[in-house]
Design a protein around this ligand. Sequence first.
Ligand code: ATP
Ligand code: MG
Length: 558
Amino acid sequence: MDQENTKNFIELIIDKDNETGKYGERVHTRFPPEPNGYLHLGHAKSICLNFGIGKKYKGLTNLRFDDTNPSKEDVEYVESIKRDVAWLGFSWEDRLYFASDYFDIFYKQALKLIKKGKAYVDDLTGEQIREYRGTFSQPGKESPYRNRSIEENLRLFEEMKDGKYADGEKVLRAKIDMASPNINMRDPVLYRIIHASHHRTGNKWCIYPIYDFAHPLEDAIERITHSICTLEFEDHRPLYNWVVEEWDDPENQKPQQIEFARLNVANMVMSKRKLRLLVEKGLVSGWDDPRMPTIAGIRRRGYTPESIRNFCERIGVAKADSTVEPAFLESCIREDLKLKAPRYMTVVDPIKVVLTNYPKDLTETVVADNNQENEEMGMRLMTFSRELYIERSDFMEEPVKKFFRLAPGKEVRLKYAYIIKCEEVIKDADGNITELRCTCDMDSKSGSGANANRKVKGTLHWVNAADAVDTECRLYESLLRTDSEGDDGDFLSQVNPHSLMVTQGKAEAGLGDFKEGDKFQFLRQGYFVIDRDSQPGHLVVNRIVGLRDTWAKMQQKG
Ligand code: ATP
Ligand code: MG
């Protein structure tokens, strides 16, 4: 495929603008989050798109906080957003902006509109404004305050700013067209009164601009060329253009709004407001709970920036809404870690094995590959002795058909080590299996024993008991039940009660030396990351994803 064909529709628009010289070949994008929560995967798509275009066209990309609603915003969110954008691998350099820095400019622009007879102060209540607005099939009705004089409007707007009125008592509206077929053009509200302290401007203001007024002005002030947003703003574009038309750009290079389809992932909540509910209701441990689809959550879960960028690249940029399968996201992290992550042995749910014929005071070392698919990662030594752990699920007292793992009287090979045979099952008073007594074929050692090549059907992972590291394994399922209807409706009742399962496992000794964020494949168990809750001698690991690639399977089935 040649380069041209791989361009998305936004890049094609930019190419055209560069050809016609619309912006003198400038390309300037922005990522404009509202700091009212932590960013999620959907935002990752927008970040990759905006910063990606900036890079590709050797243009500029601003990180701009759209902080125009003090009632929901907070510096904690500002800091988390900066961290997340940087983690994804993008740099705004010195291009960090806050909409709140433009409050004076917005105010002046509003005065200008009033003076031109294009804005007025309205006393209707919010509810009345909605009633008067009409419907798709019915034109709106003009407010009785619509024809106030310019002088009166100027006075009232100033009084609004000076705090003379309570929240909701008055608003400033654009005077456009109450009969417009586009409801957004029926005298939209530009400013409302909110008596709340702002995280940057404190109590200086008690009037705050509406998104539809502030956002195009922010773009115009920063001389953005291509203002990329999600499809739900398509109907707002005429208003965007109206606001921008009223703004005097010295070179008449008005920004243009371009909409693309938002990212939806099946069975994932993709809204800051809803994610905040999960945090506030204590249904997760915080914004960075590894089950959360927030960038902070997926980072702690063990996803890499590369895997997320790759994911965003591959889902593409389209004009029509669609939903991506979580299995596709999972396949991106598997692919990234496959050759990079060392492969270690950890028993997630251990059961003790005692090798009755193995000398009591003997400790051997066995050689293990760090990654069978990537020889460059070399080898390591593992200790082996009389007492070991294997996975509880790798033993069945009464094996079902085709169970090739350990069972009474049956043999298995312990990976890189010996063939063992189960001779006796030890149980506690309640009938729980506490230990397996096995014999070891001392001639079967992998690589060196006389019976090294003797074949048995099953090979198990294991850990040497004496120097094993206690390891809390956090295993995850989807945060929402997979039989639920997306994230709509009463999504809180859809929370999966089994989304987190904790086991007390045992890891091979070498794992004790690793640090937070290090990623591994644990043989037969999946990819894991070391969590920040780890303590010396007590590891905590999160399962990033299992080994089985359900996405690849889905592709094969078609
Ligand atoms: P939320 O409802 O989760 O708060 P938002 O769109 O209100 O989302 P903003 O902080 O205003 O959040 O968004 C910053 C940018 O991220 C916007 O340009 C927005 O279009 C984009 N964005 C938000 N959600 C998605 C998504 N699911 N897919 C792609 N882009 C998104
Ligand atoms: Mg929002």
